[in-house]
Structure formats: C-alpha cells, structure tokens
Design a protein around this ligand. Structure first.
Ligand code: FMN
Length: 235
C-alpha cells in the first residue's frame, strides 16, 4: 500500500515536470478555452466606445481573454463548414494570426501561431520578443504627411513597449491576391478591436511597421506579407 502511494506521488511529480501547467502540451502549444457567446456589452455600445488605445494598465491578461480575442479574430463559428468569425473572399482564409504573449497568466512568453481548427496556439519560439517587435515600429511620420498628421503622430506613445499581448496579422501571398488578404485583415482586426471593448480592454491596429525587419527577426516565411500589428491590453 505504502509502495503504491510513493509510486502515484512519483507519477504526479513526473507529469507536473513534463506538463508544467494545465493546457500546455509537451511541445509548448496552448490549448485555449472555449469562447463565450454572450456579454453585457452590446455591439452598439462596442461601436460607441471603440477608440485606439496606446497605453495599457500594468496588469496581466487571462487565458480566457487571450482565447476570446483569438476566436473573435479568426475563430471557427461553424464547425461543420469550417467557417470563421471574420469573412473571407470565397472562404479561402488567406490570413495567419499570431500572438506574441508577453504578460498573459499561465501562458509562457513566446511567439505563437493561432490554429483556428483546433482553437490552439502553436509555439513558434519561446521567450520575450518585445524588443524585436517594438524596434520594428517606424518612428517618424510617413513621407508626404501633413504637419497636422505629423504632430498628432508625434504625440502617440509607442504601444508596443507596454502591451501585454501583441497580435500580428499576415497574408499568404502564395494562395491569393493582395487585395483579398488586405481586406480580410481589416475584418479580422476590427473583430479583435470590438472584442477588446467588450472585455474592458483596448488596442490599436498598426501598419507603420517595418515588416521586412520583423519578418527576419521572427523568421516568418517568404510568402507571408505583414499587414498589421495589434497591441492590446487592459484600459
Ligand atoms: C490602416 C491603418 C493603419 C494604422 N497604423 C497605425 C500605426 O502604425 N500606429 C498607430 O499608432 N496607429 C495606427 N492606426 C490607428 C489610427 O491612428 C487611428 O485609427 C486614428 O488616429 C483614429 O483614431 P481612433 O482609432 O481612436 O478612432 C492605424 C489605423 C489604420 C486603419
């Protein structure tokens, strides 16, 4: 009896060592929680409150919040047909949605790809990737910007230095036209931003990014086109 007790304890210890926390596979992939299909915030209220947010409360996000935002962006909402929360020309789904987890409770820091069919995050690389990402932001105004735009931009904080979570949306140029994946990205990004409002969060869609630099540091494929970075966090 005593021997059995020791054996069970040993097995539990071994499992805890191999699978350090619930929902994380041996490869480091994250099993996400099921999305909630209701909230106290109406879609109209979300429209009325959405605003780009560039500074965030210093507070970790939860796995539920991360799961909900990924589902809003590219999740499956019709299992039988494999259709998603955001529309796609001819349902060709040309986007990849990535999450850079920097401060999400229970989720090790790292760069992950969202897998809609399994509702999972696939680990691409471990560790804190904040510097690689924050350094890819263009600091000055775009060529030809008016003085008014330039001065507004100068007043913006860099949201990439404090966001607990940053989404990256890329388009797959090997499977479709640029017009299709750029339009699709707008739909997915707006879903994420409206979902943020309903979770008491905020974010900002960013295209002023040196995606060539970012692609190199994150080792993204040649055929992937960087479209948006979306840092998000609590209000
Ligand atoms: C295509 C696009 C690109 C954008 N790129 C950036 C960006 O690189 N950096 C940034 O701080 N905001 C960026 N924004 C956010 C806009 O600055 C913001 O939407 C605008 O100032 C209006 O403010 P609001 O979103 O609060 O209504 C972008 C928005 C869009 C639609």
């Amino acid at each position: 009896m005593k021997k059995n007790g020791y054996f069970i304890l040993l097995m539990v210890g071994w499992c805890l060592f191999i699978f350090p926390s619930f929902g994380i596979s041996a490869e480091g992939d994250i099993k996400l929680t099921q999305p909630s299909l209701s909230s106290n915030v109406s879609i109209e209220k979300a429209f009325s409150e959405r605003r780009s947010l560039r500074t965030y409360k210093n507070e970790p996000l939860t796995l539920n919040e991360l799961s909900q935002l990924l589902w809003a962006g590219q999740g499956i909402n019709d299992q039988a047909k494999g259709l998603r929360t955001a529309p796609s020309g001819m349902a060709s789904y040309l986007l990849n949605l990535y999450a850079v987890a920097l401060d999400v409770s229970g989720v090790p820091q790292g760069f992950y790809r969202y897998e809609p069919k399994k509702h999972e995050l696939i680990l691409i690389s471990k560790g804190n990737r904040r510097d690689d990402i924050a350094n890819a932001r263009f600091s000055g105004p775009p060529p030809g910007a008016s003085a008014e735009v330039a001065s507004r931009m100068a007043s913006h904080a860099n949201p990439l230095v404090s966001a607990p979570l940053i989404f990256i949306i890329t388009g797959d140029s090997s499977r479709g036209e640029a017009a299709s994946y750029y339009l699709e990205a707008g739909h997915a990004a707006q879903n994420i931003l409206l979902q943020c409002v309903s979770l008491g969060m905020g974010g900002v869609p960013m295209a002023g990014i040196d995606f060539d630099k970012l692609k190199k540091s994150l080792k993204l494929g040649d055929k992937e086109v960087g479209i948006y970075l979306i840092p998000v966090g609590k209000k």
